[in-house]
Design a protein around this ligand. Sequence first.
Ligand code: S3P
Length: 428
Amino acid sequence: MTLTLSYSNPSLKGTIQVPGDKSISHRAIMFGSMAAGTTTVEGFLLGDDCLSTISCFRKLGVDIELTGKSVTIKSAGEESWQEPSEVLDTGNSGTTTRLMLGLLAGTSFHSVMAGDESIAKRPMKRIINPLREMGADIRGRQDGQYTPLAIQGTKLQAINYTLPVASAQVKSAILLAALKAEGKTVITEPVPTRDHTEIMLEHFGATLTKRNDGAIELEGGQKLKAAHVQVPGDISSAAFMIGAALITEQSEVLLTNVGSNPTRTGILDVIKQMGADVDWTERAVEGEPSADLTIRSSKLKGIEIGGELIPRLIDEIPLIALIATQAHGTTIIKDAEELRVKETDRIAAVVAELSKMGADITATDDGMVINGPTALNGADMKTYGDHRLGMMAAVAALAAEGEVHIDDPDCIAVSFPNFVEQMNSLIN
Ligand code: S3P
């Protein structure tokens, strides 16, 4: 069903608690299912992706109870997982598919994983190659590049591995497999990526070492202990509210308890450099850090974004491209070729959709170039089934003259259920 949005000089005011962090919510379910005992999770993201993770672990026999945003996981440890009699459906979730490969590779049973149309196009060899080096037996289309994937659990050996791409999903899948492997695994990243897996491993009682050269060492055979996980708000969801406040007139929005792990806060560095009016107050740290953020309408300028910053804001690039259309000057985004293999090709999709609205935006091999400011007009926007393209279109509607039609707004529920209602609730 198409969603129509039309605004006339909107101004956003008020306070929002954005939903729980997607990356941390997935990991809380996985770690709680691995650990013997009762794990409790608060602030869990009730997005479709994280619900896919819950459904997969239930099929492995783990007792998972969901009450509002609280989750209780009762597990007798991963040795108690049972061979699933059905396909594990990972929906639209790359994180579920990739991290679970690392977990399923070292079991003693057979399992099959498959997701939706988008998952079927996403590269899996980046995970399967290192897991095969560890001894994993995984098969799929094109030698395991694409789902459905069949995993025959087996004994794993530790590896010494340098990631060919900056990917927290690859790093995490290897770390999870390494927990069960024989020997010490050493992982080196080309550029630091989000470290939620490392933080949560320690929180559940595992020991890992971060070497001075940035490499991570993990000794195999470690057992996790059940824990309590407090999930902060997702900065990748907050980004769309930040964008909404920045590009509208006379707006001031308070976003409470937003995750502020430094491996994720590239968006804040970018908007500050673009000239945004933003205040940031850190809360007390318990596990993952979080902060309260006040954001006001701002006159923005174009900047260049690339290098080590990219993994710290990879999911925010559709939103950054949108705000760059309203900034004075040229914004260049480079070193972001990973966008080509996200939920959709986000370079092609962002350029196609913002161009329809009148933006001056050009695709490059590894990013895009945006000249601003340009007035935006109403248009028929496609989401490509990608939640972040859907939210980008909804925020763009705030600045557009005329009606914006969004073809598949339901996909937004992957990471931010009720996003449009929440955004509209701030408009006075
Ligand atoms: C994620 C890692 C990133 C990110 C994704 C979530 C994670 O993917 O884009 O939304 O939870 O580890 P890559 O590892 O492919 O960069």
